[in-house]
Design a protein around this ligand. Sequence first.
Ligand code: HEC
Length: 144
Amino acid sequence: MTAKTAVAVMCMVAGITAIPAARAQAERSVWDGIYTAAQAQRGQALYTKHCASCHRENLEGHGTTPSLAGSEFLARWDGQTVDDLFEKMQESMPADHPGSMSRERNAAILAFILGFNEFPAGAAELRNESEWLAKIRFQAAKSK
Ligand code: HEC
């Protein structure tokens, strides 16, 4: 076998296995490392400035302001998509200034919230396009 044919055969094999891989990717969840640690760190600074006054530094909420971490928060969003949560932030938060955060900033803040809830960081940043975010499931517990 020449090197060229070997490459062609390898591509064919990869092509076949790439089909289930692509499907798995469409069903990614918050457990798959969907943001970076650096992004979450940027998000923390933004959160402290724009969100912590109501949601508190430790994300536990206060009065009528719900928590953004812990079992109740996770149960509220379980089974929805990351886009559902993102658009909620985009459209109605901060409650005293709705819609004032850019999508890029909200992606960083969401990265921080995910990290705080102990979803793992990964190699690529959380993006801010709806179509991309809508393909990621918010899943409270890791699948076994
Ligand atoms: C002035 C107070 C205030 C500020 C500032 C604020 N929030 Fe909120 N937030 C609320 C209240 C009250 C609710 C509940 C009402 C609602 O869902 O619209 C809420 C709800 C939410 C929810 C939905 C929680 C759930 O599980 O249903 C998210 C997510 C959220 N806020 C994120 C943010 C982010 C991110 C920021 C900063 C960019 C922020 N909030 C700033 C008061 C605030």
